[in-house]
Design a protein around this ligand. Structure first.
Ligand code: ADP
Length: 442
């Protein structure tokens, strides 16, 4: 819209300049009349522009009528400009008509530069200008019938040559434009195909994940029963095999849950139940839920709570899922005997939750892989810890749905700190039992 307005003013400014020059050097009345004629066609254009902007794109008969009127207006405006320049040429009795031809040349260039979206309209305009070129070229030949050695013929041939170049440039321009259109069409088709393939892949993944989840759940439950001895004493020689089966069943369940979560998030189907959440409590719950895993790895998890008891607006179960992911990563990538600390602190209107470990660390420049899908920083065969490479991607998407952010700082061999930054809730309202929705701290 701004561009269109700029163009209108640019065009008006050039018409006014030409009219002023014509009025000064030639007949002022004729110049004014021609300018008014051109301005009238501009008014028509302006009205049509407004109507087509208001068109909802549904009623095709309106669209057709707009197209017809664009054609008619173009013909009118190009004819008005051509009459103007021809009138200038008619007032010149000699001199090769440099001024009107150059005006026409500029008008053609202006049209080619700014009106190229509708090729047929551009061609119509250029054809009318072409006729005006020819009229001016033949004007003196018809007026004077000069001998062939006269300069009038030299001017004529020069004009013809310029006209030829103009036609050639226009043709090349047109061909390039067509090629670009063709390429655009190919890109669009390719894009559609990719989208369709992506859609099918998502559906396939979602169906397979759902279908796998149910039998896997019963498989895991049965194995748990066997493991707990609920179906009788497990013979010693089977214990190891059943243990491995249970562990791999668990890994598979995590993968499938991650896949289902990813599908849900991407399809916008993941439900979030937001409510005020006390961050210290949230962190404590997450640490407790990973306590067994930490104990198994021989790692201590400590909490440095926030003194102010900060609150955020969030979905507790989703936030626990994020915290569990950060904690299990911190544990997975740390050595036995080390400590992982979870810190809650307020930073002005924000609350930061950090998970600090002293583990292997993440190399520089790996952020995309860390937060990517199915990507792990150490993908070598000697990788010791398992994982799907989906956890942090899901965590990031969940955090972003909370209008919060997730990031990390890390040093190889020293450790990693992942942190979540949330907007802090003004907790006074809630403490007072207000019925209003909790407001964020400004
Ligand atoms: P995974 O299921 O593999 O843990 P994530 O998406 O949770 O997938 O993590 C992606 C990758 O980021 C991990 O495979 C690991 O390479 C790296 N990473 C994440 N957290 C840590 C951490 N605390 N210390 C070192 N590397 C980490």
């Amino acid at each position: 819209m701004t561009l269109t307005n700029q163009l209108v003013w640019k065009r008006h400014a050039s018409f006014l300049t030409v009219a002023a020059l014509a009025a000064f050097y030639y007949d002022p009345v004729l110049a004014a009349a021609c300018y008014i004629l051109i301005a009238l066609t501009e008014v028509l254009d302006e009205r049509l522009g407004r109507e087509s902007a208001a068109w909802d794109g549904v009623d095709s008969s309106v669209g057709d009528s707009i197209l017809r009127r664009i054609g008619r207006n173009t013909a009118l405006s190009a004819t008005a400009i051509s009459i103007f320049v021809i009138s200038l040429a008619l007032q010149q009795t000699s001199g090769g008509h440099f001024t009107p031809l150059f005006f026409l040349f500029s008008a053609s260039l202006f049209a080619a530069m700014y009106n190229s979206q509708m090729m047929s309209v551009l061609l119509l305009r250029l054809s009318i200008y072409g006729v005006a070129f020819l009229v001016i070229a033949f004007l003196d030949i018809i007026r004077f019938f000069p001998p062939l050695d006269s300069h009038v013929w030299l001017d004529f041939f020069t004009i013809m040559l310029v006209l030829y170049f103009l036609a050639d440039i226009s043709l090349k321009f047109y061909q390039n434009y067509q090629k670009q259109l063709e390429q655009l069409k190919l890109i669009r088709e390719e894009n559609e195909r990719t989208k369709a393939a992506y859609e099918i892949k998502s559906q396939f993944l979602s169906t397979v994940s759902h279908e796998l989840r149910t039998p896997l759940t019963s498989l895991k439950a049965s194995l748990d029963l066997v493991n707990k001895g609920a179906l009788g004493e497990v013979p010693e020689h089977l214990k190891r095999a059943i243990g491995i089966a249970a562990k791999n069943g668990e890994t598979l369940a995590v993968l499938i849950d991650d896949l289902l979560d990813l599908q849900r998030i991407e399809a916008g189907e993941m439900k979030f139940r937001f409510k005020p959440v006390n961050v210290n409590d949230l962190v404590t719950e997450a640490v407790e839920s990973t306590a067994d895993f930490a104990a198994k790895l021989g790692i201590q998890v400590t909490i440095t709570p926030c003194v102010e008891d900060g609150r955020i607006n969030g979905d507790p179960s989703r936030l626990i899922q994020v915290m569990n992911n950060l904690l299990s990563n911190a544990l997975k990538f740390s050595e036995a005997g080390s400590t992982v600390n979870v810190r809650v602190e307020t930073l002005g209107s924000r609350i930061r939750v950090s998970v600090e470990d002293t583990g292997v660390g993440i190399p520089e420049g790996a952020k995309e892989r860390v937060f990517g899908k199915f990507t792990q920083v150490d993908s070598s065969d000697i990788r010791k810890v398992g994982g799907t490479g989906l956890g942090l991607n899901i965590a990031k998407q969940i955090v972003e749905r909370h209008d919060a952010s997730i990031d990390y700082v890390s040093e190889l061999g020293v450790g990693t700190t992942f942190f979540l930054d949330f907007d802090r809730l003004e907790d006074t309202q809630h403490e007072r039992g207000s019925l209003q929705a909790p407001a964020k701290v400004a």
